[in-house]
Design a binder for this molecule. Structure first.
Ligand SMILES: C[S@@+](CC[C@H](N)C(=O)[O-])C[C@H]1O[C@@H](n2cnc3c(N)ncnc32)[C@H](O)[C@@H]1O
Length: 248
C-alpha cells in the first residue's frame, strides 16, 4: 500500500491509500476506513453494493455521508439524480480527485441533522451512511432525527441506513429501525449476527404493500451472501426503568 495524500478531516487525519497490487483505493479517517473502491469508484464493500441495489427503483436520491463518494458515484452512473451531504468539505474534493466521483453531483457541506432541518424537498430514495471516529449511532439517530429523515421521503419511497453494530447485545439497530418505521413505513434489519463491529443495514419500505414488499425484500436478500440475515426490529424501550430488587 502507498499513501497518495494526507489531509485534515473533520474528525481526524484523512489518508488516501492505494494498493500497488490491485490499484484499489481506500479513504481512512483517523482509525476508520470510510470507503474502499476501484480507482474509478466502484465500491468493494458488500454493504455499499447492497445499498445501491436497494435503491434500484429510486430516481431522486438523498445521500447523507460522502466519504470517497462511492455510493454516490454508482447511483449517478445508473442514471439517478443524487444529492450528497457531508460535514467534511474536503470529502467532496477527495471523492472527485481520487475516486472518480462525477462533478455534476450536488454537494452540500453540512452536519446531516442541520441539513435535514433546513431541507424542504422530498426524495424517493434516502441513503444514510454517516459515521467516523467517535460517532455514536444511538445518540445521533434519536427519535427526532429519525423523524426528520422520514419527513424527507416522498410517498412510496424507500430508506436504507448503514450503521456499525458492536455486538449481538447492541440495541441500537432495533431502536433506530423502530423509530424510522413511524406510521407509514415498515422496517427490516439486515445483519450478520455473531460478528463484532459489523455493518448492519436498516431498510424501510412503504407500509400496506405486504406482497410487493415481500417480493422486494426477497429479491434484495438474494443479492447478499449467506452471512447476512434478515429480520424485523424488536421494539426495545428508549427509557430505562429502575428496577428495585429486594435482597432477603
Ligand atoms: C462511511 S463514509 C461514507 C462512505 C460512502 N457511502 C461511500 O460509499 O464511499 C461516512 C461519511 O460520513 C461523514 N459524516 C460523519 N458525521 C457526519 C455528520 N454529523 N454530518 C454529515 N456527515 C458526517 C464523514 O465525514 C464521512 O465522509
Amino acid at each position: 500500500m502507498k499513501i497518495l495524500g494526507r489531509f485534515k478531516g473533520k474528525l481526524g487525519e484523512i489518508a488516501i491509500w492505494e494498493s500497488e497490487r490491485t490499484g484499489d483505493r481506500l479513504y481512512r479517517e483517523g482509525e476508520i476506513f470510510q470507503s474502499e473502491s476501484s480507482a474509478t469508484g466502484e465500491s468493494r464493500l458488500p454493504y455499499v453494493k447492497m445499498m445501491e441495489v436497494f435503491l434500484g427503483d429510486a430516481k431522486n436520491v438523498l445521500l447523507l455521508g460522502c466519504g470517497g463518494g462511492n455510493l454516490a458515484t454508482m447511483l449517478v452512473r445508473s442514471g439517478k439524480n443524487v444529492t450528497v451531504v457531508d460535514h467534511s468539505p474536503i470529502s467532496f474534493d477527495l471523492a472527485k480527485r481520487f475516486f472518480g466521483m462525477p462533478k455534476e453531483i450536488s454537494c452540500f457541506v453540512a452536519d446531516f441533522r442541520e441539513y435535514l432541518a433546513a431541507e424542504t424537498r422530498s426524495f424517493d430514495g434516502i441513503a444514510v451512511d454517516v459515521g467516523g471516529p467517535g460517532f455514536c449511532y444511538e445518540e445521533q439517530f434519536n427519535p427526532s432525527t429519525c423523524h426528520s429523515i422520514t419527513a424527507r421521503l416522498s410517498r412510496g419511497g424507500r430508506i436504507i441506513l448503514n450503521m456499525l453494530v458492536a455486538t449481538d447485545f447492541d440495541a441500537a439497530p432495533d431502536l433506530i429501525a423502530s423509530d424510522l418505521s413511524e406510521d407509514h413505513l415498515s422496517s427490516w434489519i439486515f445483519d450478520r449476527p455473531g460478528l463484532l463491529n459489523r455493518n448492519a443495514l436498516l431498510a424501510c419500505l412503504p407500509k400496506g404493500r405486504r406482497t410487493a414488499n415481500k417480493h422486494y425484500m426477497a429479491k434484495f436478500s438474494r443479492t447478499t451472501d449467506e452471512l447476512w440475515t434478515l429480520r424485523r426490529p424488536r421494539r426495545p424501550s428508549h427509557h430505562s426503568q429502575a428496577v428495585v430488587v429486594e435482597i432477603a
